[in-house]
Design a protein around this ligand. Structure first.
Ligand SMILES: [Fe+2]
Ligand SMILES: [Fe+2]
Length: 443
């Protein structure tokens, strides 16, 4: 095996920090994408750190960027030196994957709340036709990372970020704060994107962001509740090429197209992720018949009903739901997202949804019946908390925006930290510009 050490460091990341960030490593690895092309041997084949995606009890996804045609793999095991390592290649049965953008490997059959170690690698491929294929080289990362799966015995602690919109200066501060807080996982609550047309732009957002902690998701697992912007733009219409769906066997055949919804047990907390989809109606002419949000929301209601009935979710001490667009707004001028046919109504300030009445009517009765006490949303770029009322029995926390320069505290980027503390669900909202907690709540 020909090995080329693309990171040119031998230091193991294990134990470096909770995110595994190693300063020398972070400084050495360039985030600049290399040119794609199977004969381009001068550029490093693997040009990002691995990202842990779609965290779960018995499975996890590993994604990383490549600069040329490749077939990637992950070696994982329970031993720090990977002497017990198993190799899993990207792609499924029969034909394995070969592409020049992103390698996606889904590890399945894992044990809950268990620490695993892993290393990434890839074959650089020559493709001259269906009978003219060969491996040009095999590269393996020198760094061994680790992760811990979800489960009843995992730490009851997670963080939420939202509406980063490719503001890398904000993202830098958010990931720094997450590194300090050391949760079990992070939920990216939508609008990581704007309207990306190229996979290079999309990869910069998720796989090689120009921030200090370039390995921000190599040991810290992420979940995604997509926002309205995450489906806009030619590349974002296929976000799953960069941020993979879960495996088909992780959901029922009825839910075949619900690759992102999650119901994950994290200690005494059950995390339930939903996708509010677009903030404009499918009938809006601006969308040219290219979106199908309504049927998607209805399909998620059927999924949600079953997910909330799963024993490990139903029996959790706390159920926390997450979705991008709020499910409640007390301001009567805020558009509820159901103004047919084109979202305009003089009663409302905006011609797009500030909250989602349709999703609330579909999902809230199920969440209330299951005893969900906390809903975490985003989208408005303004932090607020809506307490339970006659309208709903859950507390709604709405995350802040990406604007570092805003003089308004509620608009500045923040990490929502949620953990079990003294038998209660404790929430701290960390403003990362002022570096202080701006709100705390016990439920
Ligand atoms: Fe946003
Ligand atoms: Fe949004």
């Amino acid at each position: 095996m020909k090995r080329r050490h693309f990171l040119k460091v031998s230091t193991l990341a294990i134990g470096a920090s909770v995110l595994g960030t190693n300063e020398s490593l972070a400084n050495m690895a360039s985030n600049a994408p290399a040119t794609a092309g199977d004969a381009n041997d001068s550029a490093p084949l693997i040009n990002s750190k691995p990202m842990l995606q779609n965290f779960a009890e018995t499975s996890i996804g590993v994604a990383f960027s490549v600069s040329a045609l490749a077939n990637g793999f992950v070696v994982y095991g329970k031993k720090k030196d990977l002497s017990d390592g198993k190799k899993v290649w990207c792609g499924g049965y029969r034909i394995m994957d070969m592409n020049d953008q992103v390698m996606q490997v889904r590890l399945t059959g894992l044990e809950p709340a268990t620490t695993y170690y892993y290393r990434i690698g890839a074959n650089r491929m020559h493709y001259g036709g269906g009978y003219d294929m060969k491996i040009l080289e095999t590269v393996e990362d020198d760094v061994i990372y680790s992760f811990k799966t979800a489960g009843r015995d995992a730490q009851s602690h997670f963080c939420v970020i939202n509406d980063t919109h490719a503001h890398f200066d904000s993202f830098d501060l958010l990931t720094e704060k997450i590194c300090q807080l050391a949760p079990s996982c992070v939920v990216w609550n939508g609008d990581g994107c704007n309207a990306e047309d190229t996979f290079e732009e999309q990869k910069e957002i998720f796989l090689y962001p120009p921030i200090k902690h370039r390995d921000y998701a190599s040991q810290m697992p992420y979940l995604l509740c997509p926002g309205n912007h995450d489906g806009r733009g030619k590349a974002n219409r296929h976000l799953e090429k960069t941020w993979m769906f879960r495996q088909p066997e992780e959901r029922s055949s009825r839910d075949w197209d619900l690759g992102r919804n999650f119901a994950v047990r994290l200690g005494d907390i059950a995390l339930v992720g939903l996708d509010t989809a677009e903030d404009k109606l499918d009938s809006n002419p601006a969308f040219a018949n290219l979106y199908n949000s309504h049927a998607y929301r209805e399909a998620q209601a059927a999924w949600l009903k079953d997910a909330l009935d799963r024993p490990e979710i139903k029996n959790a001490q706390y159920i926390v739901a997450l979705c991008h667009t709020p499910l409640y707004d007390s301001d009567s001028k805020h558009n509820p997202g159901d103004v047919a046919p084109a979202d305009y109504d003089p009663r409302y300030d905006t011609d797009y949804a500030m909250w989602q009445r349709t999703c609330k009517e579909l999902w809230s009765p199920l969440l209330e019946k299951a005893g969900c006490k906390l809903l975490i949303c985003a989208h408005t770029h303004e932090f607020r908390v809506d307490k339970p009322s006659k309208d709903h029995s859950w507390t709604q926390v709405v995350g802040a925006g990406p604007d570092l320069d805003s003089g308004v505290t509620e608009h500045q980027p923040a990490v929502i930290d949620v953990r079990l503390n003294g038998g209660k669900l404790h929430i701290d909202v960390h403003n990362v510009v002022q570096n202080k907690i701006i709100y705390s709540l016990d439920i």
